[in-house]
Write a protein that binds this ligand. Structure first.
Ligand code: 9MR
Length: 488
C-alpha cells in the first residue's frame, strides 16, 4: 500500500540514464542459466514453480561475480528462485565509491541476470551505516550538504533502475538491539528524520518501487521490532510513504523466535507488507545430520510463519549455496546456513522449503557431507529425541505417569512440545514440570518458562496424574516439536 507520495520536489529529477538490456558477452551466460535444467533431483519441480502457483516469492541474494565464474551457481540461482536481491552490488561503497563517481558494472550485471530470468528484484540498499565509502562515513557535513549527497545518491541509483525494481530496502539497520537509534553519519547529522527523507527521495527517484525498511533481529517481538512498529506508525501518521518491513532472519540453528508469526501479523495489520529478506540458519561446524534436520525444521517454521500471514509476500535466502556465504567469515566455526551444500546438492532444508511451498519431496535432501550415520547416537536410539515412559503408583482408577525426554539433536531446543495419545481412554488430571493439556486422546506437554531450553544431549523429566477405567495401556509413540521420538 502506497500511503503518500511526495507531491513535489525542490530539484527536478534527472532523466534516467539509459541502460543496455543485456550485454553481448553476458548474454551467453544468461542463456545458459535460463536454459539449464533444475539441478536438484530431490524434488518434483523447482521452488519457484511452486511459489508462483501460490503467488509467493522465493528469492535469493545473488552475487554477480559468482554468476560469471560458476555455472552451477548461476544455474541454481536461475532455476530455483523467482526473486533476487543483489548481495552487495547496489551498496553505496560499490555504486558511489568516490563522491559523484558512480559505478554500475556489478549492479547492471545483477539486473541483467534477474531480468533474463524473470525475477522480481529487491534493491539493497540505499541508506545504510555499513559498506559506506569513507568519504561519506567520515565526512563532516552540514545538514543541507548531507541531504544533497543522499539525494544525489538515491537519484542516481534508484533513478537508474526506475521501473525495474519491485522493492527498495531504502534504509537498513537503523536501530540497535534495545530499540535506540544506531549512531551513523546520517543519524548524527540529520537526526531521525533521515529515514523519512530517504523514503521521500526514493519515491521521487522511482515512483513505482515499493519503499521498505529492513533489519536483523526483528524477526520476533522484542525491543528492536517494537521500535520499528512505533516508527512505522509515526511515518504513516505523517503521510511519509512506507510500503514494507523486511525481517532479515539471520538465525542460529534451533532458535527461530516463537513470536515470529505474531510479529509478522502485527506489521501486516498496520497495512504494510512484510517479507523475510535475508534468511539463513547457521550451524556450528561440522554439521551433523541431526543438525541439518533441525535446520530443515527451522526453515519450515520460517516459511510457515510467513505463508500463514496474508501480508507476508515472500522469503529470500541470503545466498544460493553454502559454498559462498558470509557466515563462516563472520562467525568463526559456523557455517552451512543455506539450502544447497557446497557441492550444490539440496539439503534437508531445501526439502522443507519445497514442501512448505506445496511441493512433494522424495526425502532425498542430501545431508551435505555424505557422513550420515556418524552423528547422533549409537546406542540403539534414533531420531531427534528419545522418550522413556512409565506408569507408577497405579491404583484401580488412576496412576502417576513419569516421562523423561532426551534431545538427541545436535543443538539445543529453545522451546519444546511433547505430544502423545492415550490409547485406552485415560484422562489427564494434573501435571508438573510442563504445561499440560489434553484434547480427545491427545496429550500435549509444553515447556515451562524455566525449562524451555533443552540442551543438545540433555533430558527433562516431567510427570502427571491421570485417571483410567481399568485398562492403562502405554502410549505407543511420542513426538517432540513434531518429530517422532524413539521410545524405551
Ligand atoms: O552478505 C554480505 C557480505 O558479503 C558483505 O561482506 C557484508 C558487508 O557488511 O554484507 C553482507 O550482507 C548483509 C546485508 O547487506 C545486510 N544485512 C546483513 C547481511 C549479512 O551481514
Amino acid at each position: 500500500m502506497r500511503l503518500a507520495k511526495r507531491a513535489s520536489h525542490e530539484t527536478p529529477r534527472r532523466t534516467r540514464r539509459g541502460r543496455r538490456v543485456v550485454g553481448a558477452a553476458f548474454a551467453a551466460l544468461l542463456g545458459a542459466a535460463v536454459l539449464a535444467p533444475a539441478a536438484p533431483a530431490a524434488a518434483d519441480a523447482p521452488l519457484r514453480d511452486h511459489a508462483a502457483q501460490q503467488g509467493f516469492e522465493i528469492g535469493a541474494a545473488i552475487a554477480p561475480n559468482h554468476l560469471q565464474n560458476d555455472s552451477q551457481y548461476a544455474d541454481l540461482a536461475a532455476t530455483e528462485f523467482n526473486a533476487a536481491t543483489p548481495e552487495n552490488a547496489m551498496k553505496w561503497s560499490v555504486t558511489e565509491p568516490s563522491r559523484n563517481q558512480f559505478s554500475f558494472g556489478q549492479a547492471d550485471a545483477f539486473m541483467d541476470f534477474a531480468q533474463a530470468n524473470n525475477q522480481k528484484v529487491r534493491g539493497h540498499t540505499l541508506v545504510w551505516h555499513s559498506q559506506l565509502p569513507s568519504w561519506v562515513e567520515n565526512g563532516n557535513f552540514s545538514r543541507s550538504e548531507l541531504l544533497s549527497i543522499m539525494e544525489n545518491h538515491i537519484d542516481q541509483v534508484a533513478g537508474r533502475y526506475a521501473g525495474e525494481i519491485a522493492y527498495w530496502d531504502v534504509a537498513n539497520e537503523i536501530f540497535l538491539g534495545d530499540g535506540s537509534w544506531r549512531d551513523s553519519v546520517f543519524y548524527r547529522t540529520l537526526g531521525p528524520d533521515f529515514v523519512a527523507e530517504a523514503l521521500r527521495m526514493t519515491a521521487e527517484a522511482d515512483p513505482n518501487a515499493e519503499l521498505w525498511l529492513n533489519d536483523y533481529s526483528i524477526d520476533g517481538i522484542n525491543a528492536k521490532s517494537d521500535a520499528y512498529y512505533n516508527l512505522i506508525q509515526d511515518l504513516i501518521a505523517q503521510g511519509v510513504p512506507i510500503d514494507g518491513i523486511g525481517l532479515q532472519a539471520h538465525l542460529i540453528n534451533g532458535q527461530v523466535p516463537s513470536s515470529m508469526q505474531q510479529n509478522i501479523q502485527r506489521f501486516a495489520d498496520l497495512g504494510i507488507k512484510v517479507a523475510i529478506t535475508e534468511l539463513d540458519v547457521r550451524i556450528q561446524m561440522p554439521a551433523s545430520q541431526s543438525e541439518l534436520e533441525q535446520q530443515a525444521r527451522d526453515y519450515r517454521a520460517v516459511m510457515d510463519a510467513c505463508m500463514n500471514v496474508n501480508g507476508c509476500i515472500g522469503v529470500t535466502v541470503w545466498g544460493v549455496s553454502d559454498q559462498y556465504s558470509w557466515v563462516p567469515d563472520t562467525f568463526e566455526g559456523q557455517g552451512a546456513p543455506l539450502l544447497f551444500n557446497e557441492n550444490y546438492q539440496p539439503k534437508p532444508a531445501y526439502d522443507a522449503v519445497h514442501e512448505a511451498l506445496g511441493g512433494t519431496s522424495d526425502g532425498g535432501g542430501d545431508d551435505g557431507g555424505g557422513d550420515d550415520g556418524g552423528g547422533d547416537d549409537g546406542g540403539g536410539t534414533s531420531g531427534p529425541c528419545a522418550v522413556s515412559y512409565s506408569a507408577a503408583n497405579e491404583w484401580n482408577t488412576g496412576f502417576t505417569g513419569q516421562i523423561t525426554v532426551t534431545n538427541n539433536g545436535g543443538s539445543a531446543l529453545n522451546g519444546w512440545e511433547l505430544q502423545f495419545d492415550f490409547p485406552s481412554g485415560q484422562q489427564l488430571s494434573n501435571g508438573w514440570n510442563a504445561q499440560w493439556s489434553q484434547s480427545g486422546s491427545t496429550v500435549t506437554a509444553t515447556n515451562t518458562s524455566w525449562n524451555s531450553t533443552l540442551a543438545a544431549g540433555g533430558s527433562v523429566s516431567i510427570g502427571f496424574n491421570a485417571s483410567h477405567s481399568g485398562s492403562n495401556a502405554e502410549p505407543e509413540s511420542f513426538t517432540l516439536n513434531g518429530q517422532s521420538c524413539s521410545v524405551s
